[in-house]
Design a protein around this ligand. Structure first.
Ligand code: 0CM
Ligand code: SF4
Length: 322
């Protein structure tokens, strides 16, 4: 027990975004319609709990398409895939459902369109992240990755007349703005997206942490280590001067984090289910928290349609993870 803890403040919005809701529903509906197993390329979203729940229902997660038997149903993860992966999946004859978030697809479409007009690209993102591999893999060449301001000096496009910036959707909004400014300083003609590529969910969750952090002594972020947007929330709180930890589940909470803390801020990445937030609240109550208060914040109403072939009314409603 920690008699100091007065209150838990819940960030708003937090947790699942429309792209994650849709991606999970695609796997659940595919399982309901076609039966197990359903193969999923990469973790459908970067969350251990979600992946384990879907595994229990018959989803098999793979990285290499050579591990998928002929004739299988295959789902692409929310992070998207390269043209080469898409082509390989078609060549292998799988029945494919694409759970790429429509906001990631929007970036792919923009890259393809501008490439036809002769553009090269500077992509701001994290090396090795599946979304970056998918977006860069929309073209065979001409996309130059920069991870930070220092990288901008080393980018070497073949020409600078037609150069455009694209970004990963789940970056730190502030870091991306700083890197984009460095790109602009080096390449003044660079074309920037009309609406930034960082998605609404990433922006809103970071804005909520900015409001919450100064009001609390500790920020807990629910999210898995692989989740870019969840990591950015923890990092942001820490940068704002508030001690912050990210946990994959309530078991990871350490009592010593709460010593001498009276107000605890709690949020969750876009791939972290609300059930885990509730488990964290219960654990913090056991540590001595007295009340839980939801902060005011933007209400997100955006929803993305399911792909054709999974909209049928005759599919029993899936037991949804929430
Ligand atoms: O991109 P990130 O690592 O944040 O992915 P996620 O699965 O944690 O969140 C949802 C998405 C996308 C694209
Ligand atoms: Fe789409 Fe953004 Fe959610 Fe990723 S975090 S799935 S880009 S809405």
């Amino acid at each position: 027990m920690n008699p100091n803890i007065e209150e838990v403040l819940l960030a708003e919005p937090r947790g699942f975004c429309a792209g994650v809701d849709r991606a999970i529903e695609i796997v659940e509906r595919a399982l309901a319609k076609f039966g197990a197993p359903i193969y999923v390329r990469h973790e459908i979203v970067h969350n251990t709990y979600v992946v384990n729940e879907l595994k229990a229902k018959g989803a098999i997660f793979i990285e290499e398409l050579s591990d998928v038997p002929t004739g299988s149903t295959l789902v692409f993860s929310a992070h998207g895939v390269s043209k080469a992966v898409e082509q390989e999946a078609r060549d292998r004859g799988f029945s494919i459902f694409d759970a790429t978030c429509p906001l990631v697809t929007k970036v792919h479409v923009e890259v393809a369109k501008l490439a036809k007009e002769g553009y090269e690209f500077i992509m701001i993102g994290h090396k090795g992240h599946p979304e970056v591999e998918g977006t860069m893999g929309q073209l065979s060449s001409g996309i130059h990755l920069v991870e930070d301001v220092a990288d901008v000096a080393n980018a070497s496009p073949l020409q600078t007349e037609k150069l455009a910036v694209v970004t990963q959707t789940t970056l730190s909004v502030d870091d991306a703005a700083e890197i984009a400014a460095a790109v602009r300083a080096r390449f003044p003609n660079v074309r920037e997206p009309k609406q930034q590529d960082i998605c609404y969910a990433t922006q809103n969750r970071q804005d909520a942490v900015k409001i919450m952090s100064p009001q609390v002594d500790l920020v807990i972020v629910v999210g898995s280590p692989t989740s870019s947007n969840s990591n950015r929330l923890r990092e942001l709180a820490q940068r704002l001067g508030t001690e912050s930890y990210m946990v994959d589940s309530a078991d990871e909470l350490k009592p010593e984090w709460f010593e001498g803390k009276s107000r605890i801020g709690l949020t969750a990445g876009a791939s972290a289910p609300e059930v885990l937030v509730h488990e964290v609240i219960e654990r913090v109550r056991a540590f001595g928290a007295v009340s839980v208060r939801k902060m005011d914040g933007i209400e997100e109403t955006i929803k993305f349609p399911l792909p054709k072939g999974l909209k049928l009314d005759d599919i029993p409603p899936p037991g949804h993870i929430s």
